[in-house]
Ligand binder design. Sequence first.
Ligand SMILES: Nc1nc2c(c(=O)[nH]1)N[C@H]1C(S)=C(S)[C@@H](COP(=O)(O)O)O[C@H]1N2
Ligand SMILES: [Mo]
Length: 334
Amino acid sequence: MSPVMAGRRTNLALAVLLAIALATGVVAFAIGTGWVRPVLVAHGLAAVAIVLLVPWKSAIVRRGLGRKRDGGTLSTLLAVLVVTALVSGVAHSVFNVDSVGPLAIMQIHVGAAAGALVLGLAHVWQRPQRIRVSDLSRRNFLRSGALAAGAVLGYLAVEATVRAAGLPGATRRATGSHERGSFDPRAMPVTSWLDDTPPAPGMSLTVRTGTGATVFSIEELATHADRITATLDCTGGWYATQDWSGVRLDRLIDTAGGSVRIISATGYERRFAMGDIGDLLLATHAAAAPLSLGHGGPLRLVAPGRRGFWWVKWVTEVVVDDRPSWWQPPFPLT
Ligand SMILES: Nc1nc2c(c(=O)[nH]1)N[C@H]1C(S)=C(S)[C@@H](COP(=O)(O)O)O[C@H]1N2
Ligand SMILES: [Mo]
């Protein structure tokens, strides 16, 4: 078998694995319950399989260096980004590393992955690997099977080591997040999706429906004292369970509609299905103390089972309209 053919196979496998890693990474960010564990396991398996292919890819790179083609800088940068994504992923998941200098570890991980996507597409464009009928041979299926089996064994070996050594990765949640400040809101991180900052504290909530607008004071909302224990699970890779108290959203809305927008004083917002309002809480308190401004005080949304970016802070407006609940970007844009 020629080294060129072997190289082509390795390149195709790497492209597929990177695509799987990216897709599972995006899905793991989007969902907070249900399929999140298998999705995260697939993410880890893709990572292990990429590492297993490093010896083969190195051989291809060494041959390529002898040939001196254009695009070497781009390829090197792509390799650096993939290694950065792998190392930051392991640093977070196994060792619970929170940040490196000013950057959160998940910013590094996602930033490297996004860069690798762009450069990876450019790389494939520059050095296309044509897919041939022979790629679908029985032998190549066996090779893929061997790689998959190797990935499973490697993954299990890492998991077993993490557990045996009592490393932080052993106690992660299904989403992959590490615990930070449960039942102690002051110890819980203050964070934002991108770069939102606290506004001047609001004093009231306006609820708009098809039939008009109603203004509630924060004290009025707090007197309902609806309680719920729920876990805030940030895609930054940490989670905290708190006892929240405030008012259930279905107490404030008595009309029908397509969906409901929960809007922050900062303009940040998420839209929910009307069927969900019985599960959503507008919280004024956590652990029996008023919410701090950093954590969204005086009023923030608690959205059990959803990732942190749904938990809108500094809520000043709730608007019911006729749009469907999927009428929004899958992730916030600000
Ligand atoms: N207005 C507003 N609400 C927001 C965000 C934001 O950037 N702006 N970030 C969300 C994200 S990504 C998370 S994880 C939680 C963080 O809440 P905390 O700062 O209380 O930990 O708030 C959510 N609510
Ligand atoms: Mo988050």
